[in-house]
Ligand binder design. Structure first.
Ligand code: AMP
Length: 396
C-alpha cells in the first residue's frame, strides 16, 4: 500500500474535498438528532489539521440508505448542527452535493472554513460510481482526501470515481490509522495470532474465517454461528440459531482446520429468546431439544481467556452471545475484558464490527484496545485479504 497522507501534501488555500463516514445513528423520529457521534469525533484530527493548514474544506458523506432520493430522515443537517458545536471554524451547509449553487458556495469559502455537503446518496449516481457525477464532485476541489475507512469497500463515485478527476489525493489520519493497524495484523502479526469471530450468522463471515485460518494460530468461534458448527459435528443444538445451508461448509472447515478452529465447550441456554427467560449453562454435548443457545458458557470463557492470554496479536469481530440482553452479555463482556488485559500485557488488539464495538462501549473498555476499527464491513473485507476500492484509488 503506497499512498500519501495529508502530511505529504500542500493544502494551503486549496479547496479540499474531504470524504468522511458520518453515517451516524439518529433518533427514529423528527427532530432527528445524533445518538452516537463516535464516527464524527474519529475524523476530527483530520478536519482540524486541514483547517489549521489553511484548507478551504468541503466535507462530504453518505448517511443511511435513501436510495437516490432526497429524504429528510437522511439529511446531514443534524450533522451540520453537531459540527457547529464541535468546531470553532465557520461552517456552511449546502443543500446538495453537486451543481452550480454548490460550486458557487465551494468558491466562496475561505481558508480555514468548512462547507458541509448534503447526503451524497441523494443522487443514485453516487452508488453507481457514475463518471459524470464523479466529475461534478471533482469540480468542487483541487485536492481529494479520503478519511472514510468505513466506506472504503464501496466503489462509489465519491470514493473511487472522483479520484480519476483530481490529481492530488491523500488519506486522512483515520484512514491511515485503520490501514496501519489492519495492514499490520495481515502482513506481519506478532505470533501467536488469535482471531475471535462471533455474531449472528456464518454466512457473512465464512470468507473471513477461511482467510484468518490461513494466517492465524487459532480462530475462536462464539455467537449464533457456533451452533451451526456444533450441528456440523452432529450435536443436538435445540432451537438455537442455525443456517441449514451452511452445515456442509462448516463441516469442511472443521475438517480442514482441525484444532486451530476452537469451539466453546459449554453454552448458556434459555427457555425462550428473551432476557427474562429461564436460563442455565450446559456442556455443548447436552443442549436439550427445546432450548436456545444464547451465549458462551463459563468454561468457554476460561478456555478463550487462556488462548487470548497466550496471544501477541488478537483480532475480534462479533459478539459471543445475545449481548443486547443483559443476562446473555457475560461472554461478550468477558472477552472484552480478556482483550483489555492482553493489551495491557503488550499484545496488539484490533476490534472491528458494529456490535463488538457497541459491546466495548457498553463495557467502557474501548480505550483499552490497541485499535477499534470504525469500519465493520470494510474491516472484514480487508481481513479477508481483499483490495478495498477506496484504498486502491488512493494509491500513488
Ligand atoms: P453480526 O451482525 O453478525 O455481528 O451479529 C450480531 C448479532 O448477533 C447481535 O445482535 C447478537 O444479538 C446476535 N447473536 C449473538 N449470539 C447469538 C445467539 N446465540 N443467538 C442469536 N443471536 C445471536
Amino acid at each position: 500500500m503506497t499512498y500519501k497522507t495529508i502530511d505529504d501534501i500542500d493544502v494551503s488555500g486549496k479547496r479540499v474535498f474531504l470524504r468522511v463516514d458520518f453515517n451516524v445513528p439518529l433518533t427514529k423520529e423528527a427532530p432527528y438528532t445524533i445518538t452516537d457521534d463516535t464516527r464524527i469525533r474519529a475524523t476530527l484530527p483530520t478536519v482540524k489539521a486541514l483547517l489549521d493548514r489553511g484548507a478551504r474544506l468541503i466535507i462530504a458523506s453518505h448517511l443511511g440508505r435513501p436510495k437516490g432520493v432526497p429524504t429528510e430522515k437522511y439529511s446531514l443537517l443534524p450533522v451540520f448542527k453537531h459540527l457547529q458545536e464541535l468546531l470553532t471554524a465557520q461552517i456552511r451547509f449546502a443543500g446538495d452535493c453537486v451543481g452550480a449553487e454548490v460550486e458557487a458556495l465551494a468558491n466562496l469559502i475561505k481558508p480555514g472554513e468548512v462547507l458541509l455537503l448534503e447526503n451524497l446518496r441523494f443522487h443514485p449516481e453516487e452508488e453507481k460510481n457514475d463518471p459524470a457525477f464523479a466529475q461534478s464532485l471533482a469540480k468542487l476541489c483541487e485536492v481529494y482526501v479520503d478519511d472514510a475507512f468505513g466506506a472504503a469497500h464501496r466503489a462509489h463515485a465519491s470514493i473511487e470515481g472522483i479520484t480519476h478527476f483530481v490529481s492530488v489525493k491523500a488519506a486522512g489520519y483515520l484512514m491511515d490509522k485503520e490501514l496501519k493497524y489492519l495492514g499490520g495484523v495481515l502482513s506481519s502479526p506478532a505470533k501467536p495470532f488469535v482471531a475471535i469471530i462471533g455474531g449472528a450468522k456464518i454466512s457473512g463471515k465464512i470468507d473471513v474465517i477461511e482467510s484468518l485460518l490461513q494466517r492465524t494460530d487459532k480462530v475462536l468461534i462464539g455467537g449464533g454461528m457456533m451452533y451451526t458448527f456444533l450441528k456440523a459435528q452432529g450435536k443436538e443444538i435445540g432451537k438455537s440459531l442455525v443456517e441449514a445451508d451452511k452445515i456442509e461448509m462448516a463441516k469442511a472447515l472443521l475438517a480442514k482446520a482441525g484444532d486451530r478452529l476452537v469451539l466453546p465447550v459449554d453454552t448458556v441456554i434459555a427457555s425462550e429468546f428473551k432476557n427474562e427467560a429461564e436460563y442455565k449453562t450446559v456442556s455443548v454435548d447436552a443442549i436439550p431439544a427445546d432450548w436456545i443457545g444464547v451465549d458462551i458458557g463459563r468454561e468457554a470463557i476460561s478456555q478463550f481467556r487462556a488462548e487470548i492470554a497466550r496471544a501477541k496479536t488478537i483480532v475480534w469481530n462479533g459478539p459471543m452471545g445475545v449481548f443486547e440482553m443483559p443476562n446473555f452479555a457475560t461472554g461478550t463482556l468477558e472477552v472484552a475484558r480478556a482483550l483489555a488485559d492482553a493489551t495491557a500485557a503488550g499484545a496488539t488488539t484490533v476490534v472491528g464490527g458494529g456490535d463488538s464495538v457497541a459491546a466495548l462501549e457498553q463495557s467502557g473498555l474501548a480505550d483499552k484496545m490497541s485499535h477499534v476499527s470504525t469500519g465493520g464491513g470494510a474491516s472484514l473485507e480487508f481481513l479477508e485479504g481483499k483490495v478495498l476500492p477506496g484504498v486502491k484509488a488512493l494509491e500513488a
